[in-house]
Design a protein around this ligand. Sequence first.
Ligand code: PMP
Length: 396
Amino acid sequence: MTAPTTRPPLPARAATTLDDLPLREDLRGEHPYGAPQLQVPVVLNVNENPYPVAPAVVAEIAAAVTEAAVGLNRYPDRDFLDLRADLARFLGEESGARLDAAQLWAANGSNEVMLHVLQAFGGPGRTCLSFAPTYSMYPEYARDTLTGWVTGRRAAPDAADPFTLDVGHAREQIAQHRPSVVLLASPNNPTGTALPLATVEAVLEAAAAVPGGAVVVVDEAYGEFRRAGTPSALELLPGHGHLAVSRTMSKAFSLAGARLGYLAAAPAFVDALRIVRLPYHLSAVTQAVARAALKHSAELLATVAELRERRDETVAWLRAQGFRAAESDANFVLFGTLPDRHAVWQGLLDRGVLIRETGPEGWLRVSIGTAAEMDAFRTALLEVTGRSDTTGEDAR
Ligand code: PMP
């Protein structure tokens, strides 16, 4: 018998703080991204759908999960072609787009979909371009993939709407920075601004002139909330092999907790993303939940019309109180301008209403909640800003 070996003692100073660890230099001092998750009565800060999934759909989802659980000893379908076919069918119904499964891609939230885009098309020595103010995760995809990050501005200085995209400026920025990825959110977060198709086409044209080529992602996370007559960039997919349109089930579908985002693009674009994804990144449970939900897309999206209407009412009400409110095609409204926005945000929170301190200085963003939640928001906002309701509707 061999004598038992004694292990050498651990070094006296085991790593206990971040500073002790060999963290990448460019990540030092960085913090994890995320809005506060606070337990307050009225949560209007992350653009969720305030309505839970209807009980009948919950039952269908639960049954699908039970069925998936039986096979959990096996890895899931790595290419999830059934789910991709369901997503293609849904987009066809929603936007009239004619797509097949090979043109669809999905991941754990559209955040992961766009990370795949940056992993495939960004990287050291390359640049990702967007137009500020925009979604605050974009620079993080760039950082995490060691891609350069550049932002242009949005509107021309004399524009009536400060948050539209100045096409001339966008073209100049693309010519100057020669990005390999251009990210356009439409409707944009945090402003709610949707882009005309002519603007997206102009960006595609400028991107096509970048030496080496550039891909353009139109992030339509809030696309289902767009106003009648606002088109989807899905219309531009035929004939634009460098374009991808990203969507999510986190917002209109009431499924933020399920983590399912997706994009539509040319099959070759999707093949590029398949190279960088981790094998089996989409669990069998996630696939089952998403497919069951898509079977009931009409029920899940039934709240969208009501939320749109409430969004328009909220814009009108804010303006009637003397605030500025940005035009919105999403399920949130950016409003201002406030001399001390943090004080207003805090005052609302003190009254149990959590909104988001984001966007340009002086502006705040409120997600559209239930009628009762919006009542609470209006009452609290009037109190905090020392106004009385000028619409004579008692903060409704
Ligand atoms: N794009 C935009 C513009 C967003 O606002 C969000 C969520 N806040 C996302 C993408 C990511 O959503 P998810 O990962 O839940 O699909």
